[in-house]
Design a protein around this ligand. Structure first.
Ligand code: ZN
Length: 338
């Protein structure tokens, strides 16, 4: 049995605070004299129903963790550890998602907040041997004009290398906000060459996916799993090459599916979808990138050749340079040949 930690892969769906190690969160909260809800530190994966109350509980815990990240040192530590943890699991390319608005009050604004993340992403890439690029994400909970400001900021740092902004996202509760109101922000980002990587199709079904596709022209969908409920929609995503950042542990934690085996990973794969497995928020879901590949193997019965295909898919869906992609894809071939 080949070691999945040695399989080169790209990690395209990981949130900033959601990537925190529990031990680091504990230290940060102690240093700032903040109290943490027990559910954040008990080591048990979150389980909530897929309704508004469930989302509220998830969001409240996420916010409690985020409030502990309140200095430049905390932010740098977070990026460094996310890179180290990804590298240890065979990730050669991490595209970490951040909304700098949340950290701006502690470092003097959204520009320094983003620059700190980018600077640390650059140096952590060199230290850990994984390319760390950044997705700037706006929130559905805020005004669409706020998203435009973020898109303009993100555009200034556009590139494909470590410490550069590669994409623009839209996160938070899919049920909130008017998707089309964010179209302008996404056009700003896309004109600057950034990938469009909004969330869609996790909490809501095919209708929402169509809305996101129509308004935001995604290159990748955060989740998108529920497009499986409409075969013609799925076929059009496959045909137009929209990749799906599938996060199985997140789906189960947020109650979208009751059990690991209910996540339609096999069905999406068989339909030809370009799937990039991601961990979303390991802090809350108790499951990192490697666990998603392990689940594909043990729960969904993926063979090593199929796991290699999943890894290739993640690499191709990344915004890494041609050179990096080739190096990682060659590594996948070597892994399979071994
Ligand atoms: Zn997410």
């Amino acid at each position: 049995m080949r070691d999945l930690a040695l399989l080169p892969k790209a990690h395209l769906h990981l949130h900033f605070t959601g990537s925190l190690r529990v031990s680091s969160l504990r230290e940060m909260s102690a240093a700032h004299g903040m109290r943490l809800p027990h559910a954040l530190t008990d080591g048990v994966a979150l389980r909530v129903p897929a309704d508004e109350r469930g989302w509220f509980r998830f969001q409240r815990l996420y916010d409690a963790a985020r409030h502990c990240v309140r200095s430049e040192a905390d932010m740098r530590r977070l990026v460094d550890e996310a890179a180290a943890d990804d590298a240890a699991e065979g990730s050669g390319r991490l595209e970490i998602q951040v909304d700098p608005t949340s950290y701006a009050p502690f470092v003097g604004g959204i520009t320094p907040a983003l620059e700190i993340v980018l600077d640390e992403a650059r140096s952590a890439s060199a230290r850990h041997g994984v390319e760390v690029a950044v997705v700037v994400a706006a929130s559905r909970m805020r005004h669409p004009l706020d998203a435009r400001t973020l898109a303009r900021l993100a555009a200034r740092y556009a590139g494909d290398g470590p410490g550069e902004v590669v994409g623009f996202g839209l996160s938070n509760d899919e049920r909130r906000g008017d998707t089309s109101a964010f179209a302008h922000a996404f056009r700003i980002a896309q004109r600057a060459g950034l990938a469009s990587v909004p969330h869609g199709g996790e909490l809501l079904g095919p209708g929402h996916v169509r809305e996101v596709v129509g308004a935001l022209a995604p290159d990748r969908l955060g989740h998108g799993v529920r497009s499986i409920e409409d075969q013609s929609l799925l076929a059009s995503l496959v045909e137009s090459g929209v990749a799906l950042e599938v996060c199985p542990a997140s789906n189960v934690s947020l109650g979208v599916y009751s059990h690991d085996e209910d996540v339609p990973l096999r069905e999406l794969f068989d339909a030809g979808a370009q799937v990039a497995l991601g961990a979303d928020d390991p802090l809350l879901f108790g499951s990192r990138l490697l666990d998603q590949y392990e689940t594909a193997r043990t729960v969904h019965g993926f063979s090593d050749a199929e796991l290699a295909d999943l890894a290739r898919s993640s690499i191709r869906a990344s915004r890494a340079s041609e050179g990096t992609r080739k190096r990682l894809l060659d590594g996948v071939d070597d892994w399979l040949a071994a």
